[in-house]
Design a binder for this molecule. Structure first.
Ligand SMILES: [Zn+2]
Length: 126
């Protein structure tokens, strides 16, 4: 069995596109889904450390119990919890990725954006 971890929105519209994309991208069988409403707004600021710690603790469970070595962090179009433009979300993703790479140095951390047609784009320049 192989797993990756995804820090994704709770929005039902993005679950299947993200799972399908990440299974191919990381060649894994399962995706541990760590959801909040607009998680990148928490990960990119220091406004809610409780929520950030909750996310990080769940990533650690994936690493320890499921031997995860790849972490995806995802923003998406029309996010109710994080109603920001794509450009702003890309900036939030950049901050989130930088923090996650520092915390989980042994893992590959990659950023993705679910577009308005619900296709998934990897943000390679992050
Ligand atoms: Zn959302």
């Amino acid at each position: 069995m192989s797993f990756c971890a995804a820090i994704n929105c709770m929005d039902g519209r993005v679950q299947e596109p993200v799972i399908n994309h990440l299974k191919r991208r990381f060649q894994v069988k399962f995706v541990d889904m760590i959801t909040e409403s607009g998680p990148i707004r928490f990960l990119s600021t220091e406004t809610d450390p409780v929520k950030v710690n909750s996310i990080l603790e769940r990533v650690e469970v994936s690493i320890i119990k499921h031997d995860v070595s790849a972490i995806a962090v995802i923003g998406h179009h029309d996010c109710a919890g994080n109603p920001m433009s794509r450009d702003v979300q890309v900036d939030q993703l950049r901050s989130a990725v930088s923090m996650l790479r520092e915390k989980f140095a042994g893992c590959e951390v990659a950023a993705f954006y679910v577009e308005d047609d619900w296709t998934v784009t990897e943000l390679h320049d992050i």
